[in-house]
Each structure stands twice: as C-alpha cells, then as structure tokens.
Design a protein around this ligand. Structure first.
Ligand SMILES: Nc1nc2c(ncn2[C@@H]2O[C@H](COP(=O)(O)OP(=O)(O)OP(=O)(O)O)[C@@H](O)[C@H]2O)c(=O)[nH]1
Ligand SMILES: [Mg+2]
Length: 293
C-alpha cells in the first residue's frame, strides 16, 4: 500500500483547484477565472486500490509585496517541505516569465521529488507546448513532464501513476471515503465566496471575505440555519454586491443555497446572507489571522 502527501503548486489560475477537484471527483476547492481564488491550504484526498494520495491545493504563487499576497505566499511555502511529492502545474497558455521562474526556484529549494504537468492542453498550440516543455526540462531534467487538461479530465490517470511511483509505502492517513478535511463552516464560506466572485465577475472579487456568523444544525429536526456575512472594504461596494433591486445578492444566495444543500441532504436549510463593510480588512492582522488559519 502506498500513502503520501502531494503539494499542488503553480502560478495563479494555472488550474490547481480544478485539478484537485477532478482527481477527487468532488468539489473540494473553489475555482474561478480570476487569479488568486484559493487563499488557504485545502486538502483533497484520493484513494484507490494502490493506496492514498493526500493533495494540498495551495494559493497561486504571485509575486507581490502586499500583505495579503505575502500571507498567501507563506501558505504555499509552508506546504512544500511537508510533502512527499510536488505536483508542479504550469499554465501552458502563458509564456513562462519572472513569476514562473520564482515558482520553479521555490520548488527546487524544497528538495522534494517533482511531477511537472503542463495544463490546459485542450487549448494549447504546439508553440505553447514547446515553450512550457523547454522551460521545465531545463530546470527539472529528472522529473517526468506530462500534458493534461484538468477541466476536461484528460491526462489525469498518468499523473496519478507518476505520483504513486514516488510516494512511500504506508497505511492510509484518512478513511477511504474521506475526500477533504475542511470543517463545515469553512466549506460553506468558500461556496458563498465562489458564488459572489462568479456573480460579480470582474467588479470586486479580491476585496471580499465571507464569514459564518452563526450556524445551527439539528439532526433531530433535520434543520440547518446559517447566517453568513459577505464583508467588503468600502461602504460604496456594498451596493455593488447587493445589486439593482437586490438582484446580485439574490443570485448569490440562490446559487450558494443549491450547493450548500448538497452538504445536508434531506435537511431544511435557511440561509440568511448579509453584506457588511469592513474597511481595511486586507491589512488587519486580526482578520487576516482568521482567514489564513
Ligand atoms: N481550458 C482549460 N481551462 C482550465 C483548465 N483547468 C482549469 N481551467 C480554468 O482556469 C481557471 C483557473 O482555474 P483554477 O482551478 O481556479 O486555478 P488555480 O490554479 O486554482 O488558481 P488560484 O487559486 O487563483 O491560484 C478557471 O477558469 C478554470 O476553469 C484546463 O485544463 N483547460
Ligand atoms: Mg485555486
């Protein structure tokens, strides 16, 4: 039996969370077309007859000195040394530049075996493939280089074969039916954040965080009651989230409701969703400490 941990590393929007979801067959980690969607280390667990791979999805590594970006970099770096293997995901559609170079050298420093995957193969040109392939081969000459499409579930079996080759023998770390270790409140807040980002698309996705203020669950009466708050930075942004006649917040609530309900099959769900302004949250140690726990 093989059993090991795998850090999924790459630039923002490379498709790391999409890949972890495809591998586990579950919605473990939220995704969006906007870079810097993932903010925490998110575990997705894959088990089959060969054994178990515990993936850690990480925030895309973005070169920046802003406090929130530094926190996200720390989250990513802290995942590296604790893993048995690194799954290095490269977005083949983008020419590897300074940022890709920074990611590659960070990975090299960790001294952990690497499987390199060039993602988005469904839309790559031959030029893209050559470009990314050359970049990786030069820096990781001993690592396997694979092509995949995380969103189309192509090339994923080959990734698993390479990873199972690397990880050590061992017992399962989690029960075979477990696919994530996130707590309920965090998963719910992430679903609401994803739906907010999707609804507002390019208007203000980076300026929000979602907090579950209160949650009650009665297994006996099969009722779930949740009060969640979408926090933004400025009062003026509240109106954007709420939308004309409340159309945005209604949509966010409806889409969130559908997905949260799947977590509590058969229960009656009440979702009370509010919007608040929390100026300077992106520089507040208290809030950042809560988000990047
Ligand atoms: N065409 C194509 N698009 C993909 C593929 N994989 C992911 N995407 C898209 O790329 C965008 C980013 O995907 P995510 O999975 O959120 O990327 P990420 O690396 O987790 O991003 P961060 O969390 O911001 O670091 C989304 O719009 C995905 O649908 C792929 O194989 N092909
Ligand atoms: Mg992500």
């Amino acid at each position: 039996m093989k059993s090991g941990t795998v850090s999924v590393i790459g630039r923002p929007s490379a498709g790391k969370s999409t890949l972890v979801n495809t591998i586990t067959g579950m919605k473990v980690s939220i995704t969006s077309p906007v870079p810097q969607t993932t903010r925490n280390k998110i575990r997705g667990i894959y088990t089959d007859q060969r054994g178990q791979l515990v993936f850690t999805d990480t925030p895309g590594y973005h070169l920046s000195d802003k406090e929130i970006n530094k926190r996200m970099q720390e989250v990513t770096i802290s995942s590296l040394s604790e893993s048995d293997a690194i799954l290095y995901l490269v977005d083949g559609t983008r020419h590897p530049g300074t940022e890709e170079e920074a990611v590659a050298s960070m990975i090299k420093k960790a001294g952990v075996p690497v499987v390199a995957v060039i993602n988005k193969n469904d839309i790559l040109t031959d030029n893209n493939r050559e470009d990314a392939g050359f970049f990786i081969k030069e820096r990781f000459p001993d690592s396997p280089i694979l092509f995949a499409s995380a969103s189309k579930d192509e090339g994923v079996d080959e990734i698993l074969i390479e990873l199972f080759r690397i990880v050590p023998e061992g017992e399962l770390m989690y029960d075979e039916n477990t696919y994530t270790d996130q707590d309920l409140e965090f998963r719910i807040s992430e679903i609401i954040r994803e739906k907010t980002m999707a609804t507002l698309s390019d208007e203000l996705p980076h300026t929000i965080y979602v907090e579950i203020e209160d949650m009650e669950y009665s297994a006996e009466s099969q009722e779930v009651w949740i009060r969640a708050v979408i926090n933004t930075e400025r009062d003026g942004q509240k109106g954007i989230i709420v939308g004309k006649g409340g159309e945005n917040i209604k949509r966010i609530r409806k889409e969130s409701f559908k997905e949260i309900r799947r977590i509590f099959p058969g229960s009656r769900l009440t979702l009370d969703l509010r919007v608040k302004a929390d100026p300077k949250w992106r520089t507040s140690d208290k809030v950042l400490g809560r988000i990047f726990r």
